[in-house]
Write a protein that binds this ligand. Structure first.
Ligand code: MF3
Ligand code: CO
Ligand code: CO
Length: 290
């Protein structure tokens, strides 16, 4: 049998001197680690473009936060997102993305993610809602989501779920306070925190590279083992977006959704998620969706 020669991903162009970054990445590659390709490293100009998309994306979420109230429908939230985004020169990335029919995702209670805004879905006090907004500005993408507790109060255990999901995002960020960490380091730390709180981590959906497209390499799983997954090096832009369940981690597609986008928990227990877009720098990650 022919030797199965592993393809190098990190390629130094012929005649180009090796930089410190090249050397560092090549040494991981030689040890069999998954390293990025050059295309995943954004230029400073691209990072500035994604940063501008991030500023608009944050303004959209802030506008939603100001207006959200009990009695509102999720379709009204979608309107706010569409109007604010387009009035400021942006495009809502979800709209018509692989058949997604609306401008943002609104995921209530046992909806894990990709909930579709709906005129018949009225927000009630005690509901927990994730609004996930992705904005395209001048061709650059930024992606973030937040949780909202409708009416300000919910059951203590649901509030805990919202808080733990937030802490999981911050713990993932903390792992990235320096470059040359692995995606699996993030996932491992998040998983430990969720389990400590007797909650579970969704496995079927993950964070992702972002910036020039909606979803790029790498997959950012929120569970797993340290030292696995892709190496994160300066210039990479990606999301962390842990989905944390109060019950079991298993999810399925909502049978009532003909578009087959809506992801729900199998056990009908609630789920919570927060998301930011980050750029890895020489000094660790910086949030682009503040
Ligand atoms: N914003 C989601 C994410 O964080 C993706 C939504 S895809 C859509 O990756 F089509 F449902 F909008
Ligand atoms: Co995302
Ligand atoms: Co998102």
């Amino acid at each position: 049998m022919a030797k199965n020669k592993k393809q190098n991903r990190w390629i130094v162009p012929d005649g180009q001197p090796l930089t410190d970054m090249d050397r560092r990445i090549l040494s991981y590659q030689e040890r069999g680690k998954l390293v990025p390709t050059r295309e995943l490293i954004k230029t400073p100009e691209q990072i500035e473009g994604i940063r501008r998309a991030g500023v608009l994306n944050t303004a959209v979420l802030d506008t939603v936060a100001e207006r959200i109230r009990p009695g509102m429908t999720t379709l009204e939230i979608d309107r706010i997102v569409y109007d604010y985004t387009t009035q400021h020169g942006g495009i809502p990335a979800p709209l018509n993305y692989e058949g997604f029919p609306k401008s943002c995702c609104t995921s209530v209670n046992d909806v894990v993610c990709h909930g579709i805004p709906n005129e018949n879905e009225v927000l009630e006090e005690g509901d927990i809602l994730n609004v996930d907004v992705t904005t395209i500005l001048d061709g650059y993408y930024a992606d973030a989501s937040r949780m909202f507790v409708i009416g300000g109060q919910t059951q203590p255990r649901w509030q805990q779920l919202v808080d733990v999901a937030w802490e999981c995002l911050k713990i993932g960020e903390e792992v990235c306070r320096e470059p040359y960490v692995f995606v699996g380091d993030i996932g491992n730390a998040i998983q430990k925190h969720a389990h400590k709180n007797h909650m579970s981590v969704v496995r079927d959906l993950c964070g992702h590279g972002v910036g020039l497209q909606f979803h790029e390499e790498p997959d950012v799983e929120h569970y797993g083992h340290r030292g696995t997954g892709m190496l994160l090096v300066p210039g990479m832009v990606f999301t962390i977006e842990p989905m944390i369940n109060l019950g079991h981690y298993q999810v399925c597609i909502d049978a009532d959704d003909p578009t087959e986008w809506t992801v729900v928990t199998e056990d009908y227990e609630p789920s919570a998620q927060w998301e930011h877009t980050y750029v890895m720098t020489e000094n660790g990650v910086e949030i682009l969706t503040h």
